[in-house]
Design a binder for this molecule. Structure first.
Ligand SMILES: *Cc1c(COP(=O)(O)O)cnc(C)c1O
Length: 820
């Protein structure tokens, strides 16, 4: 029964929805489409956030607080409406209001198009961090790019990935506020010249070849049940003038328009690769574009609050999310020296105190470098500054290690071998006061491998901050059944302090809780099964174990190891139909970079296995294989809560952290995994008994590769493996085509860079243990409950508190909402 005040506020809410429908959508209720209702509802929710936003901004300016700025080329924020309703505490009110208007809230949530402004884990991490910053009431700004086309949509056609352009803006988006008044100019090309100003100072002027205008598009970021509303500020590129009238008047209409086209291309499309693409001018231009806009914006904020520029590092902490924004180190130097006329020493001190750098990868092919000539032609002034930073830094190295020219060459910001390149990880490390890895193992390996010389020279600069994910989106919003059960069992304190889940472990053997636990999980699985049926036509019984691997498709993540095990299991079942194996549904999802042929072939292999296994009468009741197309945040909402088993099977030492592993754990999945990334800490938290461990350690992997790895050796020793590979070669999973999977097989047999064959036997044995434990319902439920109970450490709230304390020195600011 609703209280009178609830009824009143619901009536106001309903009134506001109708007003927005008419005033913003220009539709009256009788003819409104679901999209119109969605927009009207979204604007109604947004209005309530904007009041809080205004109050937050006012407070930050008034109290001269320090602001955490998160610089990231990607923010994979996912659908917004549900999370904003949750964070504002308006879910019930909205549901009832829409009900009175004859609209179903769930149907409206379902039509929301997600902004795919990221590739995967790195972009999703940035989004989780913004959620935690706002929820912890930390003043913060996210800075990124407003891509017109985000990550492509994935179709599966004849088993192959087909990319479709992501037109997330085609119906407009209610979540952004355009700020034409907040814009900056960014220079490209041209040359530099030196001159002496009136005071006799030596000055450098960058005479650009062209300029692009960056316009701010703001997305409000609402904290959970607090008044703090921060901002994600995304930059869109525009031509400086719509027409160059000189060209136009001279009759060269096309040249005038071309300038516009080139400028507007900058923020047009997200590069759909998890790794940097070498030599792509546009990619470097994107990076410099958004970073320059962000830093100019921060300097403007200093001005409007009348703070001298010397205090920049007291007012801003800027985190570099991987090396994508690392040109910021040189750009802040440029802005402080060339435009604010600070001395090199003062500017450098500010720069180092402002920036901190998060490394996300050790894979050599993923370490970003830029060709020096390319950078010189595009950013001539920045290269001069990078040279100066390098010279001063290498002098320091020489003073610390006299005569050690090997160190100098290794640590230089410029790779002098062959075509000269700028090493962005070195620039970020030298220009920052803190450098962190994203899981304990990864941070250790970082210090032992790619940044070893730097760690030796600046030991106190290095630290670990293990990644985290937001429990608002990944439990409360996507698994409401579990959230209610947790409330009933523990009270509601876990909602703002996830470590409180720990108390759940005391009830792990409680029969009543186990029953309720299984009911929730069963319902989540039925929902996913229904969705799979709709999308793929494959019927999957929810009683089966749901064994799920969803993440970008990559050789180091080893979806092919999973696939080989499925083939092997299928072969055993065919050979011995009485074999007592736990019925399982293997579910895969994930996008392959469009240019990554091997990854696309892995998708084709999984589809081929599904095609054969699902229709074979000998096995189809016990084995199902599904490739769920278009894995994204929205689909993740339904997938993560339905998993019994989480596949985290990367080659040890290759996955920096992983965050999918954490989302699964929170939702009660058990993990089968290697000692890689955050798996190590997940296992520590859950306890070794509640984690299915297999495979070589990072040390063993390195040793084996050092000593000359021979995949053939493992093949000879394992008949099951030979048979699995052989059946692929025979065309069984490619409709008889014996050439289709040749590149994949050749790669495994001759090189196997990610040690799939070396880890196969142990993986298969571990999967056997999984099947045995699955049969013991009570034991499995207990393990599942304990996994959720111990997942508190993987909240992004914990990670953000560590960034605030150990890197940013930022503090919470309570926002009181004056009566609107
Ligand atoms: C969490 C998430 C990822 C990262 O998954 P990993 O298993 O850590 O690689 C990628 N994509 C989406 C859509 C996600 O939500």
């Amino acid at each position: 029964m609703a209280l009178a005040s609830d009824a009143a506020s619901e009536a106001v809410f309903e009134h506001d929805v109708v007003r927005n429908l008419i005033c913003r959508q220009a539709r009256y209720p009788d003819i409104a489409t679901p999209q119109d209702w969605y927009m009207a509802l979204a604007y109604t929710v947004r209005d309530r956030m904007l009041a809080r936003w205004a109050e937050s901004v006012k407070n930050y300016a008034l109290h001269h607080v320090k602001v955490a700025c998160y610089l990231s080329a990607e923010f994979l924020i996912g659908p917004q409406l549900g999370c904003n309703l949750l964070n504002l505490g308006l879910e019930e009110e909205a549901r009832e209001a829409m009900d009175s208007l004859g609209q179903d809230l769930d149907a409206l949530l379902a039509i929301e198009e997600e902004p795919g402004l990221g590739n995967g884990g790195l972009g999703r991490l940035a989004a989780c961090y913004l959620d935690s910053l706002a929820s912890l009431e930390i003043p913060a700004i996210g800075y990124g790019i407003r891509y017109e086309f985000g990550i492509f949509d994935q179709d599966i056609v004849d088993g192959w990935q087909v990319e479709r352009t992501d037109k997330w803006l085609k119906m407009g988006t209610p979540w952004e506020i355009i700020r034409p008044d907040i814009h900056y100019y960014v220079s490209f090309g041209g040359y530099t010249r030196m001159w002496n100003d009136e005071q006799g100072r030596l000055r450098v002027e960058w005479v650009p070849g062209r300029q692009v205008k960056g316009v701010a598009y703001d997305v409000p970021v609402q904290g959970y049940r607090v008044n703090t509303c921060n901002v994600l500020r995304l930059w869109k590129s525009e031509a400086v003038e719509s027409f160059d009238f000189d060209d136009f008047n001279a009759g060269d209409y096309y040249e005038a328009v071309e300038e516009k086209v080139v400028s507007e291309t900058l923020s047009k499309v997200l590069y759909p690769n998890d790794e940097p693409e070498s030599g792509k001018r546009l990619r470097l231009a994107q990076q410099y574009f958004f970073v320059s806009c962000a830093l100019q914006d921060m300097l403007r904020l200093m001005e409007v609050s009348h703070t001298p520029v010397e205090r920049f590092a007291d007012r801003f902490a800027a985190q570099l999310n991987d090396t994508h924004p690392s040109i910021a180190v040189a750009e802040l130097m440029r802005l402080l020296i060339d435009e604010r006329l600070l001395s090199w020493e003062d500017a450098w001190s500010i720069t180092q105190r402002t920036f901190a750098y998060t490394n996300h990868t050790l894979l050599p092919e993923a370490l970003e470098t830029w060709s020096l000539p390319l950078m010189q032609s595009m950013l001539p002034r920045l290269v001069e500054i990078i040279f100066e930073i390098n010279q001063r830094f290498l002098d320091e190295v020489r003073r610390a290690q006299p005569g050690d020219e090997g160190s100098v060459a290794r640590m230089s910001l410029i790779d002098e071998q062959g075509d000269k390149k700028v090493r962005m990880a070195h620039l970020a490390t030298v220009g920052s006061h803190k450098v962190n890895g994203v899981a304990a193992l990864h941070s250790d390996l970082l210090k032992q491998t790619i940044l070893r010389d730097f760690a030796a020279m600046f030991p106190s600069r290095f630290l670990n901050v293990t990644n985290g994910v937001t429990p608002r989106r990944f439990i409360m919003q996507s698994n409401p059944g579990l959230a209610r059960l947790l409330d009933d069992t523990l009270g509601e304190k876990w909602r703002t302090d996830l470590t409180r889940l720990d108390a759940l472990a005391d009830h792990a053997d409680d029969a009543t809780l186990q029953k309720a636990w299984r009911a929730v999980r069963r319902e989540n699985k039925a929902k996913l099964a229904a969705r799979i049926g709709n999308i793929t036509g494959i019927a999957v019984p929810p009683e089966m174990m749901f064994d799920i691997q969803v993440k970008r498709i990559h050789e180091y993540k080893r979806q092919h190891l999973n696939a080989l095990h499925i083939i092997s299991l299928y072969q055993r079942l065919r050979r011995d139909p009485t074999l007592d194996v736990a019925p399982r549904c293997f579910i895969f999802g994930g996008k392959a970079a469009p240019g990554y042929d091997m990854a696309k072939l892995m998708i084709r292999l999984i589809s081929g296995i599904a095609e054969v296994v699902n229709q074979d009468p000998a096995t189809r009741d016990r084995l199902k294989v599904v490739f769920y197309p278009d894995f994204n945040v929205k689909n993740g909402h339904i997938i993560y809560p339905a998993a019994d088993l989480s596949e985290q099977i990367s080659t040890a030492g290759k996955e920096a952290s992983g965050t999918g592993n954490m989302k699964f754990m929170m939702n009660g999945a058990l993990t089968i995994g290697t000692l890689d990334g955050a798996n190590v800490e997940i296992r520590e938290q859950a306890g070794a008994d509640n984690f299915f461990l297999f495979g070589m350690t990072a040390q063993q992997v390195a040793a084996l590769q050092q000593s000359g790895y021979r995949p053939g050796h493992y093949l000879e020793a394992n008949e099951a493996l030979r048979e699995a590979l052989d059946e692929i070669a025979q065309g069984r999973f490619s409709r008889g085509d014996k050439t289709m999977f040749r590149p994949l097989l050749d790669n495994l047999l001759n090189a196997d860079p990610f040690l799939v064959l070396a880890d196969f036997a142990d993986y298969a044995a571990c999967q056997q243990r999984v099947s045995e434990v699955w049969r013991d319902e009570k034991r499995w439920a207990r393990m599942s409950i304990i996994n959720t109970a111990r997942s508190g450490a993987f909240s992004s709230d914990r990670a953000i508190k560590e960034y605030c304390e150990n890197i940013w020195q930022t503090r919470a600011v309570k926002i009181d909402l004056a009566a609107p």
